[in-house]
Unconditional design. Structure first.
Length: 159
């Protein structure tokens, strides 16, 4: 069965149409290329409480295996995705975010300033992805080989 994915690009500029979601487009294409099904794709605003609520509702619906957020993990005051994640997740998977930063650092040292996290709520993985199209590609290149096992373990599926 293909992995079911929700993809949320975070930022008021995406909601208003003021910015093109190239990173989200790259992530969507990468998921489809791997045979996954993107069942939800949406732009969400920068509001921390609204984001936490939306993530919780999506995860608790039981319809997706992985929730990706794109952007909103920097140092600006409006970047509140990690804080929303602290309200949503029950367990943490620090190795996923470490891999993303380590891989991206080779090309973009400024990735050290990102604050993305990865965690679990119920039987769903929630992971913050960078807002750079190139960083998305690099991140998925390094993570794709471990997602199936991670999803199976979270769901309690024998491997």
């Amino acid at each position: 069965m293909p992995i079911q994915v929700a993809l949320f690009t975070v930022g008021d500029r995406y909601v208003s149409g003021g910015a093109k979601d190239e990173a989200g487009d790259n992530l969507n294409a990468s998921c489809l290329k791997m045979g996954w099904e993107v069942v939800i794709r949406q732009a969400l605003g920068d509001d921390e409480q609204g984001l936490a609520s939306h993530l919780t509702q999506t995860v608790d619906s039981g319809t997706v295996d992985i929730v990706f957020t794109v952007d909103g993990i920097g140092l600006q005051a409006k970047d509140r995705v990690p804080e929303a994640m602290y309200q949503v997740c029950e367990k943490w998977i620090p190795g996923l975010s470490e891999l993303i930063r380590n891989k991206a650092y080779e090309k973009t040292p400024l990735v050290a300033l990102t604050r993305g996290v990865a965690g679990i709520r119920g039987k769903t993985i929630v992971i913050n992805m960078p807002g750079s199209p190139t960083a998305i590609k690099d991140s998925m290149d390094v993570l794709r080989s471990i997602f199936r096992l991670a999803v199976d373990q979270v769901k309690g599926t024998p491997t």
